[in-house]
Design a protein around this ligand. Structure first.
Ligand code: WT7
Length: 633
C-alpha cells in the first residue's frame, strides 16, 4: 500500500525529495503496483514539444491493480456501492470479487464484438455500476474509453464519436434524475445515423418502457452477458498506451479530446487519492461527480479502487425527494469522506438549517471540494453544518488535463485557510508568471498559474492533434504548462485560485467554452454575431450572459430567446443554458474588429462605475445603449 503523509514534516520531506529526485520519488511509489515488466526510464520529457513519458517500456494493466489485487486480498469487501435516484429502490453493492467477475464478463463481451486493444469505445451512461464495469472492461482489454456525460446532446455525441472514431457505444434505455426521466437511447439514436463508424450500440435496461432495438446494431447488455465467460486475462499495456480520452472545452474551437495514458495516470490517481483524503482502511468514499467528468474517472473510480477503498455511486440529485437526500445517503452508507462541488454546497445552503433535522452525519471524517473556487461563506457553512466543525475540508485544485489533484491540503496535515487550495502536492511545481511570462518570485504575488515540471498524471496529448496540445498548453509561456487559471500566493506561500483567465466559463462546475456557445447561438438564422461572457451567480458560481446582434429586429424577443436557448441545449446540453440573453444593436469593437469582452463582462456584472478606457472603440455610444438595454433583460 502507498505510504501516506501524516505530518507537515513528512510533507516537507516528501516534497523536497520529489523536486530534488523526481525519478527516485515516483519510481518508489510506482513500486506499490503490479507490473508485468518494469520501466526503462522513469521520465523522459520536453515541454517545448510537449513530449512526456513516464515509466515508458513498463507493462501493466490498471484493472489488475484496482480489481484483481483486492479480489485476492479483500474479496468480500464492497468495491462499489450504488444508491439509486429513489430512496425506495434498493441499493446495490459489488464486492471486489463480484466486480472482477462482472468486468471480465463484459470485457469478453466487448472482445466478442471485435473490440481490440487500442479501439475506442464510447460510454453514454448515467451513474450506474455498469458505467464502472464498462470503463474497467475497456481498460481490461486495452480499449480506450470515451465517457460522454449523459447530459450532452446528440450533436455533442456526434462530434465526439466522429473525432475519436469509436466503434461501439454503450448506453441505457433511459435514466432518471429526481423527477425527470430521460430517454437516453433516443438521444443516441438521433446521433447514430450520422456516425456510421459505430458498429454496435449496447443498451443497458434501466427503465421499464419498451424501446425500439434496431436489428443488427442494437444489443441488450443482459443478453450479451448471459453466456459471457467470467475469466478475462488482462491485456499487457505499455505504461504510455492510452487509457482514455475525455473531451473538455477550451477557449476556442470544438471540445478537445484530452488523452491520458495507463501507467502514469494509475500511479498519480492512486497516490493523490491516498494522500489528499488521508485514506484509512475502512473508509467509505463518496464523490458526487458523474463518471462523465474527470473527477468521476480519477476518484469515484480509479483512485479509490486502486487503494482498495469502497466507493459510492449515486444516481440521483441532492434535492430529491427532498433537500436532505445527501445527508440520508451519508447516514445510510456510513460515508466517511464526502467529495463534492461548491455549487452543490451553495444550492443546499440556500434551503436553511432545517435540512439537517434528524440527520446524524457522524460517520464523516473528511470533506472535499472540487471544480471551482469555493467562496468563504460556503466553506464555513460546509465546515460547520456538514463537518460539525471537526472534518478538514480539502479544497482540491486540478483539471481534466492534469489527471489528478495538483494543489490541495492533505487532510489532517495541512493548515486550512478557507478558499485556499493551499499547497502543491509532492511532485507538483507551480509557478506564477505575469503577462510577459516573467516569473513572480517570492510570496504575496498574483499571476497566471503554470506548472514547470511534469507529473505522472498529466495528459499526454489531444487525440489526433498534438499541435493543438502544444498550442493550447505549452505555447503561451514557453516551456511551461499553462493552466488557464489565475492564482495568488499569500505571505506563507499558500495558493488561492482566482478563476479562469481565458474564455472558459465555469457554470456549476461545468466547464463551458464561450466559443462553443457562440457557435451555437450564431447558427440562428436571425443572429449575425454574438458574444458570451460569464457573470457572478449566487449558486452556480458563474452564469452565461449572451449579447446578440440580430439581422432584422425580432418581432418577438421572447420567442427569439427561446429559440436561442433551444439551440444551445440541442447543440451542447442543458447545463449550458444561459441565464441572460440581450439583443443589442452592435457589439463593442476595436478598430481592428476585436470584440472587447472586458467591457461586456463588466456590464454583465453590473460593474459599470469604472469602465476604463473606451476610446479605442469604433462606436463608444454603443456602451451606454447596451447598459440602458440591460434593464429589460
Ligand atoms: C477548472 C478545470 C478538477 C476536476 C473538475 C473540473 C476550476 C477546479 C478548483 C478549485 C478553484 C477550481 C479551475 C480549473 N477548478 N477545481 N478547487 N478551486 N478552481 O475539471 O472541467 O477540467 O475544469 O476548474 O478553473 O482550471 P475541469
Amino acid at each position: 500500500m502507498i505510504e501516506t503523509i501524516q505530518s507537515m514534516s513528512d510533507y516537507h520531506t516528501a516534497y523536497q525529495r520529489s523536486i530534488d529526485k523526481p525519478e527516485e520519488f515516483w519510481s518508489e511509489i510506482a513500486e506499490n503496483f503490479s507490473w508485468y515488466r518494469k520501466w526503462n526510464d522513469v521520465l523522459k520529457w520536453d515541454f517545448s514539444t510537449a513530449e512526456v513519458k513516464w515509466f515508458d517500456g513498463a507493462l501493466c494493466n490498471i484493472t489488475s491493480n484496482c480489481i484483481d489485487r483486492f479480489a485476492l486480498l479483500t474479496p468480500h469487501k464492497s468495491a462499489i456501492i450504488w444508491e439509486a435516484n429513489s430512496p425506495q429502490q434498493q441499493s446495490k453493492r459489488y464486492s471486489f470479487k463480484e466486480l472482477q467477475i462482472e468486468v471480465a464478463k463484459f470485457a469478453n463481451v466487448l472482445k466478442s464484438l471485435g473490440v481490440k486493444k487500442g479501439d475506442r469505445v464510447a460510454i453514454y451512461l448515467p451513474m450506474l455500476i455498469e458505467g464502472a464495469i464498462a470503463m474497467l472492461a475497456c481498460a481490461r482489454i486495452g480499449a480506450v474509453h470515451i465517457v460522454i456525460f449523459a447530459g450532452f446532446s446528440s450533436e455533442s455525441i456526434i462530434d465526439r464519436v466522429n473525432d475519436c472514431d469509436a466503434k461501439v457505444i454503450i448506453t441505457a434505455d433511459s435514466m432518471v434524475r429526481g423527477e425527470k426521466k430521460i430517454s437516453l437511447k433516443e438521444i443516441v439514436d438521433e446521433a447514430i445515423g450520422q456516425v456510421p463508424q459505430i458498429e454496435y450500440c449496447i443498451v443497458l435496461k434501466r427503465g421499464e418502457d419498451n424501446i425500439e432495438m434496431k436489428h443488427g446494431k442494437d444489443l441488450w447488455w443482459h443478453d450479451l452477458m448471459l453466456h459471457a465467460d467470467s475469466i478475462c486475462e488482462p491485456e499487457q499495456m505499455n505504461a504510455e498506451d492510452p487509457l482514455f480520452i475525455l473531451y473538455t472545452s477550451g477557449s476556442t474551437g470544438k471540445p478537445k479530446g484530452v488523452l491520458h495514458t495507463v501507467g502514469g495516470y494509475m500511479v498519480y490517481a492512486a497516490y493523490t487519492f491516498a494522500n489528499v483524503f488521508n485514506i484509512q482502511k475502512d473508509d467509505i468514499f463518496w464523490c458526487t461527480a458523474d463518471i462523465g467528468w474527470i473527477t468521476g474517472h480519477s476518484y469515484s473510480l480509479y483512485g479509490s479502487l486502486l487503494n482498495g477503498t469502497t466507493t459510492v455511486f449515486f444516481e440521483g440529485v441532492p434535492t430529491y425527494p427532498d433537500h436532505g437526500r445527501f445527508w440520508d445517503v451519508i447516514d445510510k452508507h456510513k460515508i466517511s469522506i464526502l467529495y463534492t462541488a461548491p455549487t452543490a454546497i451553495r444550492a443546499l445552503e440556500s434551503f436553511g438549517d432545517s435540512i439537517f433535522k434528524d440527520k446524524n452525519l457522524s460517520s464523516l471524517r473528511v470533506l472535499g471540494s472540487v471544480g471551482e473556487p469555493i467562496n468563504e461563506e460556503a466553506w464555513h457553512w460546509y465546515h460547520k453544518n456538514v463537518g460539525k466543525g471537526n472534518c478538514p475540508i480539502v479544497d482540491t485544485w486540478w483539471q481534466t488535463e492534469t489527471g489528478g489533484i495538483l494543489i490541495s491540503p492533505i487532510a489532517n496535515v495541512t493548515n486550512l485557510i478557507p478558499a485556499f487550495a493551499t499547497l502543491p502536492l509532492p511532485g507538483v511545481q507551480p509557478i506564477l508568471v505575469n503577462e510577459k511570462g516573467e516569473e513572480m518570485i517570492g510570496n504575496n504575488v498574483e499571476g497566471n498559474l503554470c506548472i514547470k515540471f511534469p507529473w505522472p498524471g498529466m495528459a499526454r496529448t489531444i487525440y489526433k492533434n498534438h499541435g493543438r496540445f502544444v498550442e493550447t498548453y505549452f505555447s503561451m509561456f514557453p516551456r511551461l504548462y499553462f493552466t488557464g487559471d489565475g492564482c495568488k500566493r499569500n505571505e506563507d506561500g499558500f495558493y488561492r485560485i482566482t478563476g479562469r483567465v481565458d474564455d472558459v466559463i465555469n457554470v456549476s462546475g461545468h466547464r463551458i467554452g464561450t466559443g462553443e456557445v457562440e457557435d451555437a447561438v450564431g447558427s440562428h438564422p436571425n443572429i449575425v454575431e454574438c458574444a458570451v461572457v460569464g457573470f457572478h451567480h449566487e449558486i452556480k458560481g458563474q452564469a452565461l450572459y449572451i449579447f446578440a446582434v440580430c439581422i432584422d429586429a425580432p418581432m418577438q424577443v421572447a420567442a427569439l430567446k427561446k429559440e436561442v436557448e433551444t439551440l444551445i441545449t440541442t447543440k451542447i446540453g442543458i447545463f449550458a443554458r444561459p441565464d441572460k440573453i440581450q439583443i443589442v444593436k452592435n457589439l463593442p469593437k476595436t478598430r481592428s474588429g476585436k470584440i472587447v469582452r472586458r467591457l461586456l463582462r463588466k456590464i454583465a456584472e453590473d460593474d459599470i462605475s469604472n469602465l476604463g478606457d473606451i476610446s479605442t472603440l469604433v462606436d463608444a455610444d454603443i456602451i451606454s445603449e447596451i447598459i440602458a438595454g440591460k434593464m429589460s433583460v
